[in-house]
Structure formats: structure tokens, C-alpha cells
Design a protein around this ligand. Structure first.
Ligand code: GLP
Length: 261
């Protein structure tokens, strides 16, 4: 991994009090180096002390510039090892009109999938799960929670709940939930999906390897069998910097006298 000092800091930045706050000038200077490709994703930033000496500013100024760059996702800080230029995740374009699984979405793009299991087991249901899944009283719920990755990049955390009668042994899922349901003849054919903006909390941000408070998308999917029975209730948190959700829109039915004004 290259250190930035060789390239970027061969020439000291020309910062001047006359041109506005020094931390903003330093921030812009580092940003331009990243945008122009002068420094590459994964490169290490020199220490705060080095940067301050080369730019002839205080360490407080450097710290402030770095904090803003971390918040903007330009730099990442790894505890104990330093500050680095962020590695950018290629954005995934996801249609909102197809009922597909994570595994299928990635396979269509030729991307590999991998999951870290966070939880799987049978539990007494929460009131929300009882209502969402229409559980009869006394029935337990199967929960599976996974960190979902593609090519080693974490993209989403998914927490799925299903009736225990549908998934009596959550350990039986190999990698794809939908493939498992399909084998049982329980693959959903319809779903309602709700998407909301969210700022990632500390734990989710750590799992998704983004700064705490970074933009995310909360996605809730309720899926149905052809019979109308709810089969899956899943709450997911997607990385906001990794997904573009795309929907095709069509002009609706026109009133008999043309569009209303
Ligand atoms: C998507 C959906 C989830 C669904 C999952 C199944 O990611 N948001 O609601 O549970 O796909 O994916 P897989 O079959 O890969 O486990």
C-alpha cells in the first residue's frame, strides 16, 4: 500500500488565510488529489503531524479537514492503522419491478456472493412479526440474519423472519433463502417493498464498513405465495453508496378528455 507522501506531498499545498478557512482549503486539496487519480483508493494518508508540517497549518486544522473527508466518504479511518483513501464500491443498479433474490441479482451481474451469518434460530415472535406473518397464537418464528457481501464488499444486512412451520430448521439454508423456499415449493410470487432513507447506527455501520451516520436505505419486504399467504417478512439495511434503485414508469390511463390540468 503506497503512502501518499511520495506523490501528493512532494509539493506543499499553497494555503492562505486570505482564501477562507484553512481546513476547507486543505480538504479541497486532498479531494482534488483523489479525484484526479494522483492518489489511489487504499493509499495511506501521512500522519496528522506530517501533514500539518508540510501544509504549515496546525494539527487541529488537519484533524478537521480529515474529519470532513471521512464524513464525505473520501477517506476512511481504521482504528490503530491510520487513515486511507476510501475504496469505492461500484454501484449496483437494482430494478424495483422484479421479485428477485440477492443471490440472483448478483449472479446476473457476474458477481460472487458471500454471507456472514449474524443469527439463525427459532424464537417467540415479536408483535410486529406476528402481525406481518399472520402467525397463529403459539407459533414460533424462524429468524435468519446475514451480512451480505459481494466480492468481499459488504452491501447489506438482511434480517428475515418466516413462520417456523415454513422454516422449521433455519440451519438447513445453504446460501440462498429463495433457493431453499423454491425447493419446498414455497417461493414467493409477489412482494410489497417499502424503502426509507436512514442514517446507519454504529453497529450496522461497522458491519457495512462505512462511517457511523453514513447514508443507508431501510428496505422492508413482505412476500406472498400464490395463495395469498405471507411467506417472508424481511428488514434490510443497504449501503446508500452502493445501490441505485431503478423503476420504470409509464403514463397511466388517460381520462376520456385527455390529461387533466
Ligand atoms: C433480497 C430481499 C430479501 C430476500 C433475499 C433472498 O435481498 N431483499 O427480502 O430475503 O433477497 O435472497 P437469497 O435467496 O439470496 O438469500
Amino acid at each position: 500500500m503506497a503512502e501518499l507522501s511520495g506523490s501528493l506531498f512532494a509539493v506543499a499545498p499553497a494555503l492562505s488565510e486570505r482564501d477562507g478557512p484553512l481546513y476547507l482549503q486543505l480538504k479541497r486539496w486532498i479531494e482534488e488529489a483523489v479525484e484526479s487519480g494522483l492518489v489511489k483508493p487504499g493509499d495511506a494518508l501521512p500522519s496528522e503531524r506530517d501533514l500539518a508540517a508540510r501544509a504549515e497549518v496546525s494539527r487541529v486544522t488537519v484533524r478537521k479537514a480529515v474529519q470532513y473527508l471521512v464524513a464525505d466518504g473520501v477517506l476512511v479511518q481504521r482504528h490503530g492503522s491510520g487513515t486511507f483513501v476510501a475504496t469505492h464500491t461500484p454501484r449496483v443498479e437494482q430494478s424495483l419491478s422484479q421479485l428477485t433474490s440477492f443471490t440472483e441479482d448478483m449472479a446476473r451481474r457476474g458477481m460472487s456472493v458471500h454471507a456472514v451469518w449474524l443469527d439463525r434460530g427459532l424464537y417467540p415472535p415479536s408483535p410486529e412479526e406476528t402481525v406481518a406473518l399472520g402467525l397463529p397464537s403459539g407459533e414460533r418464528v424462524a429468524r435468519i440474519a446475514r451480512l451480505r457481501l459481494s466480492s468481499e464488499t459488504p452491501l447489506a444486512i438482511e434480517r428475515a423472519s418466516l413462520a417456523a412451520s415454513v422454516l422449521p430448521n433455519p440451519e438447513a439454508i445453504e446460501s440462498s433463502l429463495y433457493a431453499h423456499l423454491e425447493r419446498q415449493g414455497n417461493r414467493p410470487i409477489r412482494a410489497i417493498q417499502r424503502i426509507r432513507a436512514a442514517n446507519l447506527g454504529d453497529d450496522d455501520a461497522r458491519l457495512l464498513q462505512v462511517p457511523a451516520g453514513a447514508a443507508g436505505l431501510n428496505i422492508e419486504r413482505t412476500s406472498y405465495l400464490a395463495s395469498g399467504r405471507v411467506i417472508e417478512f424481511t428488514r434490510s439495511i443497504y449501503r446508500g453508496d452502493a445501490y441505485d434503485f431503478v423503476a420504470e414508469l409509464r403514463l397511466g390511463d388517460q381520462p376520456p378528455n385527455g390529461p387533466r390540468r
